[in-house]
Design a protein around this ligand. Structure first.
Ligand code: 6R9
Length: 632
């Protein structure tokens, strides 16, 4: 199996949490708390959910009608009540909720009181445009607090938000707006990257020009550069809407199982899946995991470097930390601009205690040398999180030594868009093993199985499955229930199949090795092989394409495409550039292949399926494996 080399790379050392951190841990006794969550889930989850505000208490914790789950049945709440009003009731009105910074050191601070007011105003604004409960709103925004306000305003009125990463191009954006049939799109004139303005509004205009169901576009005119004439009945100003709407709004009473958001993620086909999360279970589990994994205290300063366009941004920049009343740093920009110490400069400046990032960023920053972080006072750090892809022991150790200075713990959190919240991770109260994510979180029952669903012995590579429903699980795929059911039917035994390969050791630590299916992980971003292939085929010269991932030191994987041209076309450097440009237009820069090779034909099965596995093995000089189904 691929990735086996990683198994041999593992560090044998075990890292115990420093005494002062261990003493402060919210969870002291993981084993007994975990045991309770499995043996007595009703009681366990009731206790957790009771720490939050409900307009009406649930009748039953779980109704499991395979493969459909209802959590906190008949409970009524609003997640924004818990994110905002409840914090104010607890005396946090003047506590800073967000410090939203850009690359140039410009910051915008918003207290819980101010955030509530802004959210209420935009909620009223959305209502005035005719948006109501159940309507979809697409959000295509920079990674700033304005994006958070947009998400919360939707949740406040019960509209379903669908955030689209602002790095996606108009093709990807259009597909998502169209699939969700969004009534309104919220966007900004631009986002900033490496000191440059990257326009967003023109992309939205192009994406929606023939989508009649989009009634309004709300535009945050960041530099007030738009002419009067650019606003119309359709295009409304974000700032005006906020300014002219009332600051009071009674949150919509939501059923626990009402939808909260859709987030599109890559699967094995060309079309991304609209993962749907609902209010109650997602709220309870993002609250609990943020609190216990990051050990949130009243004075914790927390920074997650993700983008709100991904699930990590949803659960751990917005909902989880707000539900815990935390002070949250968020940044617009890249980790190396204006200099490769910018993150550490901000950790130092804001005295960040919890820092949560991706292995690809760590590997990139490592390359600039140990002297860069050494210039800053990073002594405030207590917990260092990792997410998005396996963290190789080398990067783990660098993070631990050069950022945590041996005085902070590293938590490697495995989870997915579909799981909504952390599933497997080390907790700060028990020792970590570099390269291994750790043990299951509360209520999570994982197993490593073969394709037939048989449990495998320790240290054997198999498929990672989850055997019981959990509160923040996806409820369906938007408009495609059969794709949802596939997660539970892929492997026999009524288990959720994560699509990852993993092993478990004799101490119960799980190590994730990577995807088992045709999904790439490029710089921690999930990209479907088929998605890139369909984008390549949009180029008029291309007859067929196959895409594989190649190991890459920094990005985890890089994309290589094999392309068959149509009759009459000859390979050229210009064609390579044109094809790359096509992918950039259709999907966005993150999906552009690093390498394109022209070939005469692609290896296929007799039924005509492209065997990417064969291409990959050939490319990497590995054994071809079973090729008995190969056509010729
Ligand atoms: C949260 C997020 C999910 C896929 C997942 C796996 C990989 C995420 C990981 C990890 C190893 C970790 N993944 N965290 N692999 N160790 N700590 O990334 O969601 O974008 O849906 O990706 O990412 O392959 O299946 P998402």
């Amino acid at each position: 199996m691929e990735n086996l080399e990683q198994v041999h790379l593992q560090v044998k050392e075990i890292f115990y949490p420093p005494e002062d951190i261990k003493k402060e841990c919210i969870v002291q006794d993981y084993e007994s708390m975990y045991k309770k969550s499995i043996e007595n889930p009703e009681e366990f989850w009731s206790e957790v959910a009771s720490q939050l505000h409900w307009f009406q208490k649930w009748d039953k914790v779980l109704e499991w009608n395979f493969p459909y789950a209802k959590w906190f049945v008949n409970g009524k709440t609003n997640i924004t009540y818990n994110c905002l009003d409840a914090n104010i009731e607890k005396g946090r009105r003047n506590k800073v909720a967000y410090i939203s910074v850009d690359e140039e050191g410009n910051e915008k601070k918003l207290t819980y009181g101010e955030l509530l007011e802004q959210v209420n105003r935009l909620a009223n604004g959305l209502k005035s445009l005719g948006v109501s409960k159940g309507d979809r709103v697409s959000i295509y925004m920079p990674n700033t607090v304005e994006a958070v306000i947009s998400m919360l305003a939707c949740a406040r009125i019960g509209a379903i938000h669908s955030v689209v990463f602002a790095g996606f191009s108009e093709g990807a954006l259009k597909l998502r707006i169209n699939d969700a049939k969004a009534k309104v799109v919220i966007t900004a004139t631009y986002t900033k990257r490496r000191g440059k303005k990257i326009p967003l509004l023109p992309i939205v205009k192009e994406a929606i020009y023939d989508l009649d169901f989009v009634k309004n576009v709300i535009v945050w005119d960041r530099d007030r550069e738009l002419e009067e004439s650019e606003f119309s009945k359709k295009f409304v100003s974000f700032e005006e809407l906020i300014k002219t709407s009332s600051p009071y709004f009674n949150p919509e009473v939501m059923d626990s199982e009402d939808p909260l958001f859709i987030l599109y993620t890559s699967g094995t086909t060309g079309k991304p899946k609209g993962v749907l999360h609902t209010v109650g279970g997602y709220m309870v589990n993002t609250y609990l995991t943020t609190k216990t994994v990051f050990n949130i205290k009243e004075d914790t300063v927390y920074w997650c470097t993700a983008d709100i366009g991904w699930i990590t941004g949803h659960s751990y920049i917005v909902y989880g930390p707000l539900l815990n009343g935390t002070t949250i740093v968020m940044m617009e920009g890249v980790p190396v601009y204006p200099h490769p110490g910018i993150w550490w400069e901000y950790v130092d400046k804001y005295r960040v205690n919890v820092f949560y990032t991706a292995p690809t960023a760590i590997r990139m920053l490592m390359r600039f040398g140990d002297e860069i972080p050494a210039k800053y006072d990073l002594s405030s750090l207590k917990i260092l999180g990792s997410v998005g892809e396996p963290i190789n022991p080398e990067a783990w150790l660098w993070y631990y030594k050069n950022i945590g200075r041996g005085k902070a713990v590293v938590v490697d959190t495995w989870w997915q868009t579909e799981t909504g919240a952390h599933m497997i991770t080390t907790l700060p109260c028990y020792p970590a093993k570099p390269g291994k994510a750790g043990k299951p979180l509360f209520g999570v029952v994982p197993d490593i199985v073969d394709k037939e669903g048989n449990s495998l012995p320790p240290n054997t590579i198999g498929h990672l499955v989850i055997k019981k429903p959990w509160p923040s699980m996806l409820r369906t795929c938007w408009g495609e229930p059969e794709r949802y059911e596939k997660y539970w039917k892929e492997i026999p035994g009524n288990v959720y199949s994560a699509g990852d390969l993993a092993t478990i050791d004799e101490d119960g630590y799980i190590m994730i090795l990577g995807r088992a299916d045709d999904v790439l992980s490029v710089a921690g971003h999930r990209i479907g092989n088929a998605e890139v292939e369909s984008a390549i085929i949009e180029h008029p010269a291309v007859a067929e394409a196959a895409v594989i991932g190649k190991p890459n030191e920094i990005k985890g994987e890089s994309i290589k495409a094999f392309v068959v041209l149509k009759e009459g076309y000859t390979p050229s450097a210009e064609l390579v550039e044109e094809i790359k440009e096509t992918v950039k237009e259709v999907l966005g820069a993150i999906a552009v292949p690093d390498e394109i090779e022209f070939v005469d034909k692609l290896p296929k099965t007799r039924s005509g399926k492209i065997m990417r596995r064969v291409l990959r093995a050939k490319e990497l000089g590995q054994e071809l494996g079973d090729i008995s189904t190969l056509e010729d």
